[in-house]
Ligand binder design. Structure first.
Ligand SMILES: [Mg+2]
Length: 123
């Protein structure tokens, strides 16, 4: 089976490095691109056409919800896994409204990330 191609978006290099480390420990996923804000994320998404985007919410320049909305308006079926912070319930409601069905709460462990990615990709 071909590896699933991931676009990893977070303004924190620590989080991006952790995601890369977690996914490099598996044979099923590869990080094909990384972005540190929503604007870069949108640009890279259309260049790379990844299988799924791991999207942080709070970022400079353009936040994750805005970026997701922009991507989904052009590619409605896009798989986006929203990486939210604790207590962001209102935000998750907002995410659902714009069509993001999958989320994971930070901080997450490797197994949680893998299972969230698999679940989102299966649907
Ligand atoms: Mg952030």
């Amino acid at each position: 089976m071909a590896k699933k191609r991931i676009l990893s978006v977070d303004d924190s290099p620590l989080v991006r490095n952790l995601i890369k480390k977690f996914l490099s420990m598996t044979d099923d996923f590869e990080v094909v691109g990384e972005a540190s804000n929503g604007e870069e994320a949108v640009k890279l998404f259309f260049q790379l056409k990844p299988d799924i985007v791991i999207m942080d919410v709070t970022m400079p320049v353009k936040d994750g919800l805005e970026a997701a909305q922009e991507i989904l308006s052009k590619e409605p079926g896009t798989k986006i896994l929203l990486a939210s912070a604790m207590g962001d319930d209102d935000l998750l409601d907002q995410a659902l409204v714009i069509g993001i069905k999958h989320s994971i709460q930070k901080p997450f462990k490797q197994a949680q990330l893998i299972s969230a990615l698999n679940k989102a990709l299966e649907e």
